[in-house]
Design a protein around this ligand. Structure first.
Ligand code: SAH
Length: 228
């Protein structure tokens, strides 16, 4: 899978993607993230990528020409399954969306800044709009990193234990059960006996029960869609 991210602040993203599992995903050849600096596509002498909003009001707007130029250049090189704009008025991002996106081959994530992007960018190029939650950030870089991280870790082979992404919260509409590691006892607080029993079927049943209880307590709304 290849994810191209378009931003006017590339430095916010390059360090994020050069660490941890995302870097490993790249080195193993499962996923490649390429960050594009919008300013490289500005024809303005000061590399300007934003301008005042027509009609007045506070806040700058990202211009259409550099965004169109980078998207068209990328489209001339390969075909894209989705061109996604990160925006607070988009569809709320969730695990099923991450699952679906992880099956795609090439996607573009466009990060807005300031007041956002010229509406014509959205009308002409964007195939999907995603919000990471009902709050406003100053740029689309963190949202793009959220989407890329959650999608890439789902690609088979990226995580060491292939099943581990499937046992995370929200898969199957359940929250994850509690996890423990050594020591088996800390200042008198013991790990549940069953986890030390070595009995796989019992452990699995215990984890399922814990998942259900935990979900009932914290997110009963999820259980409505849980197919039991
Ligand atoms: N004026 C816009 C907000 C702009 S915030 C509005 O009221 O809807 C600047 C940029 O940050 C946006 O263009 C978007 O790319 C990004 N952004 C901010 N909050 C976001 C969120 N919750 N989800 C996804 N992207 C977000």
């Amino acid at each position: 899978m290849r994810i191209d991210i378009i931003t006017c602040v590339p430095s916010l993203l390059t360090s994020f993607f050069s660490h941890s599992i995302l870097d490993r995903a790249y080195r193993k050849g499962y996923a490649e993230v390429v960050v594009h600096d919008l300013r490289d596509y500005s024809t303005h002498k000061h590399k300007q990528v934003d301008d005042y909003a027509f009609g007045g009001g506070a806040g700058m707007v990202l211009k259409i020409e550099p965004i169109a130029a980078v998207i068209r250049k990328l489209q001339s090189e390969r075909s894209y399954d989705e061109i996604i704009y990160m925006t607070p008025d988009g569809a709320r991002f969730d695990q099923p969306t991450a699952n679906r996106l992880s099956l795609l081959k090439n996607i573009i994530l466009l990060c807005g800044h300031y007041k956002g992007v010229d509406q014509r960018v959205r009308d002409l190029f964007i195939t999907r709009e995603i919000s990471i939650g009902d709050y406003v950030l100053s740029g689309g870089e963190i949202p793009a990193a959220v989407v890329a991280d959650s999608v890439i870790r789902l690609i088979p082979g990226v995580l060491n234990d292939e099943t581990s992404a499937l046992s995370d919260s929200f898969q199957d509409n359940l929250l994850a059960p509690p996890v423990y590691t050594r020591p088996a006892e800390f200042e008198g607080h013991k790990v549940p006996e069953i986890l030390l029993s070595g009995h796989e079927a019992h452990i699995e049943a215990w984890r399922m029960e814990q998942s259900l209880l935990h979900t009932q307590k914290r997110r009963p709304d999820l259980l409505k869609d849980h197919n039991n």
